[in-house]
Design a protein around this ligand. Sequence first.
Ligand SMILES: Cc1ncc(COP(=O)(O)O)c(C=O)c1O
Length: 378
Amino acid sequence: MCPAISRDEWLLDPGVAFLNHGSYGATPRAVLAEQERWRALMERHPTHFMSEELPSAVRSAAARIAAFVGARPNDLVFVENATGACNTVLRSLHLAPGDEILLTDHGYAAVRKAAEYVARRAGARVVEAAVPFPLQDAAQVVAAVSSRLSSRTRLVIFDHITSSTAVIFPVHELTALCRAAGVPVLIDGAHAPGMLSLDVPSIGADWYTGNCHKWLMAPKGSGFLWVAPQRQTDTHPLVISHGYGQGFTAEFDWIGTRDSSAWLSVPAAIDFHERLGGTKLRERNAALAREQSSLLARAWNTERGAPDALTGSMATIRLPLREAATAERALALRRKLFDDHRIEAPVNAFAGALWVRISAHAYNRPADYARLAACFHP
Ligand SMILES: Cc1ncc(COP(=O)(O)O)c(C=O)c1O
């Protein structure tokens, strides 16, 4: 069992049912205090801190998150966030006219835009695999990606856990498929650290990015990029600085003067996560999301977006509304939930219907979801 945890450990507004850990996380007071400690150290003697203390402190924090995701310390670097990591990989590609970057229609919109930008500059193009939704099983995802692989595919990008549809993609099978076709793989695991138990190298991808500021609850601006050894020479940060030419980690560890306190507080976030139960916390959160999404679907006489096997601590439920499923309507519903009911939960238009996404973390209780259930009727 996970220890009982008070919501007071976070700064979250007590009047709000916060069902959206997924978007930006929520950092506990203890981890924010650690971030303040690092900032005080930095400002006490800025020059000494930057030149003498920071390099080893960054590497030691990187080693801690590397161990947490099963990786070797020197195969992993910190980045600002998953968007930045995907841009980093895309900007490191050498594309030729006619080349293709393959993504899925469940992918994160900002990453798709970055892919379009890079493709357009090279005369290449972005190809989208349509993954069915709601999903019944993992094989549907593999079939969708397989159907759009071609001899011109130069990179495949897919999420580990999708953003608006909250589905856990079968990353091992998808990577094996792409490797068999000789195509490199970038996995956008923005939601994975702290939600799933991870052994990143065993997946076999070329690049894997994760955010520490979502489910691991580190301060915002703490993402990582893991790079397979054979890709490290050709993967360069978006900002080229003093470390250029000095090796993979040196290039990423110093990208100009910045506040690195979010990265340095990642070990404290891992400690907090472990104190709350680690694996048991992740299982408890997933069980809560599965149970509560089923209850909501039953109460509204609708359906969930994915079965338990493809669901972690986020889930989507179709809203019992027969109206045009547009992005504008989805946004209006989200605002209404907050303004009228003090519920924070994203609503998305997907596959011709409106879906609400719920998140479950340590501070969530069944009563939070009961409040949401009462907002709609079958
Ligand atoms: C799959 C996926 N990728 C990328 C991101 C972007 O994360 P960030 O804003 O931290 O870069 C998100 C955010 O929700 C996401 O769900």
